[in-house]
Design a protein around this ligand. Sequence first.
Ligand SMILES: Cc1cc2nc3c(=O)[nH]c(=O)nc-3n(C[C@H](O)[C@H](O)[C@H](O)COP(=O)(O)OP(=O)(O)OC[C@H]3O[C@@H](n4cnc5c(N)ncnc54)[C@H](O)[C@@H]3O)c2cc1C
Length: 389
Amino acid sequence: MREGVVTKDDLEAFRRRFSEWLERNSPDWWPRTIESIHRRIYDDIIPQMRAWQRRLYEEGWLGYGVPERYGGKGGSRLLEFVIHEELAKRSAAPVLNRIGLVTALPILLSHGTDAQRERYVPPILRADEIWCQGFSEPSAGSDLAVLACRGEIKGDSLIISGQKVWSSLAHIADYCLLLCRTGKVEDRHRSITCVILPMKSEGVRVSPIKQITGETEFNQIFLSEVRVPLENVIGELNQGWNIAMMTLNHERLLMCMEMLAKASAAFNRFRGMIEEVGESDKTYWKARAVDLLIDLEKSKALLESMMNLAQRGEVGPETTIMKLSATNAIQRTYLTINEYLGGGATSDADGCDISWFRGMLWSRGRAIAGGTSEVLRNIISERILEMPR
Ligand SMILES: Cc1cc2nc3c(=O)[nH]c(=O)nc-3n(C[C@H](O)[C@H](O)[C@H](O)COP(=O)(O)OP(=O)(O)OC[C@H]3O[C@@H](n4cnc5c(N)ncnc54)[C@H](O)[C@@H]3O)c2cc1C
């Protein structure tokens, strides 16, 4: 296997090795019922989640694409994507520090200083320090360029004040990858800085948000004159926009991999269910299943082509097409299964980590996170098709 590049055969051999290992080692404490999985994860079983990620790391399954001097294994990051995909496919316990691994780590490697990499990368890999992401604000979600959280330079520090919202994991995070405004608002994306915010700093308050599913995955973060050393800035001052865009591309790749893995597992169970229906309905449900399969396979093909681009470091706005296709496919999959089951959809989806109904709600959230479907359509029309705004 060449450094940084893997062939399809390499990936499949690696996948087989990991899936055999997972078969023997998947933790049995992982909740597979519909009862508030996230509340349990984040409150009751954080120590087990930490230990699980540490074990994955120590057994050699995490740290691909990360140089050895920062605690990694070198090689290609795609290998690590396979790990996340297999965990999702089998409804096994995921990694706890996913924002650290998927968002902060690649940014530190590409834009961080050596000192930042040495300090932050090893604890991310071992889940010793958990990360969250502070991009969205109450008035800046899709249009991040208007974000209002201020970062004033005073001496060798940034003094940060403002509010962030929808920050997954912020209530357990040690660090936040934060975007703040360090110049004039009129300069839009040219005056945004990306900074490492220690969540235990004075002036940081986290307030959880309760979701429709009953979970509290998200949080608001209130920042009141929080002092952060300038050495925590990633990249240059006022150059945070490119980092934010790169982050979204990474996030979309992994998100699509995981959601297609989950939706394909759901689809396979649905295919089994319709074997049982009476002859008069079978033709109808078979046709629906065929349409779903085409959607899912089309999205997987797009994902594969994006992975190839990612290997060459060319992943860009095309991830929007993949994400739009994948979210449409998973939404249709869960909607169809819910339609088939009717009232039964609220029961536990035996063997999957979610009920069918909860799966449908989850698929709605996926069409918002990492860029809403409407905004992705705008990006495709303007940046890929080069149509007028
Ligand atoms: C599961 C999940 C996890 C998340 N985790 C994080 C996190 O950890 N950290 C973080 O910072 N954020 C996180 N988010 C927030 C997410 O990034 C935002 O919700 C998203 O960017 C949309 O912003 P908004 O919610 O403010 O909606 P808005 O931008 O206000 O959009 C509202 C509606 O208007 C539509 N709209 C907006 N602009 C346009 C336009 N120009 N043309 C057409 N339609 C438009 C949108 O499509 C949407 O339907 C998460 C969201 C979800 C669902």
